[in-house]
Design a protein around this ligand. Sequence first.
Ligand SMILES: Cc1cc2nc3c(=O)[nH]c(=O)nc-3n(C[C@H](O)[C@H](O)[C@H](O)COP(=O)(O)O)c2cc1C
Length: 373
Amino acid sequence: MDYSDKIIRGATIENLADSDCVVDVSRLSSLYKNISANTIITGFVYISENGRAMHPFQAGIVNERQQDAWKKVVAEVKRHRPEIKLIMQLAHVGRQTIRKNAVGASTIKCTYFKNKVRALDENEIDEIINDFKEAASRAKNAGFDGVQIHAAHGYLIHQFLSPYTNTRKDKYAENSLFLKKILEKTNEIRDDNFKIWIKISHADDRGLTTDHAIHTLKQIDGLYDVVEVSYGTMEYPLNIIRGACPIDVIFRVNPLFNTNHPLINFFWKKNIFSIYKRKIKKFALNYNYDAVLEIKKMVNAEVFVTGGIRSFRDVKKIIESGIDGVCLCRPFICEPNLLCKENWRSKCTNCNLCTVHCDSKNHTKCYGKEKTK
Ligand SMILES: Cc1cc2nc3c(=O)[nH]c(=O)nc-3n(C[C@H](O)[C@H](O)[C@H](O)COP(=O)(O)O)c2cc1C
């Protein structure tokens, strides 16, 4: 068995939109055509203006022009590969942005972005629930086979799920309610040809645990088809993905650092970085696997796992242990044709130059290979 239908290209921001956040049809469709997975999840696409990420070339799905461009991408990719499944990842970043008017579940700031956060009121929450549904409808109109609601990595939904950021006193103090309402609304357009995926962090560095994740999944039982299990928030971005921390490249290209005076960055590197590094989790193969085994025992839906999956042998082990599928990100950035090889093993070294550059104005690609040329 080659497990090819169980190996997914996990969401990977491509930075291939223009300054109006309309995707570049030609570049994105040729990227997708070359990825050897049979299901591709897009990079995170914003569902409303105040849900945009800091990436200037993030794609949106909030207007006709954006929808039309996505429609052309889907048509072109499916013309070339009729069997492929395309899933659009939908996200609202909440407090994880460099914009001044950031909103969140509460006023608690993110230590990475440090900007002021305003807590959403119930009317605004209702609007965002509707924005998710509208975005999903647009994705459906564009020809996608489903959407993945991004409830992981510290973005807005995660901020409601987390006991650290959800300090609300209203009905949304029930951590899973916001996600549940988004799913209920989005289910209005769910059918056999339009699936609903979600992505959650099974734990983070601020108190969210696998027990919380299991509780959430039980609350939303029946409202989604597939859950992808990841880790962490942007408080410690490297703990989401693990691997190297190319600090000098971060200082050069990341907008949170590259406007600092060089002396500030020098001081940060010499003094704070060593403390920060102690909190960074080391890369390990299949680093979310133990948690996903626990989750799979407790939920009815299909459960997929992401994080450090680097060889066919490991995929086989994961699937044979009862997990429904795997999502790979950096291996496909490194080698889009990865699955064409028998018994493949990824050449990705987790140097994380792709990760660092994706926070800049550069498009996402493997910068590690250039370094070793
Ligand atoms: C360059 C880059 C871009 C990413 N973009 C997204 C994204 O848009 N949405 C998301 O949920 N995760 C994103 N991730 C996280 C991946 O989907 C994945 O969960 C994580 O990298 C672990 O998988 P891997 O070890 O196969 O890379 C990104 C990761 C990288 C390295």
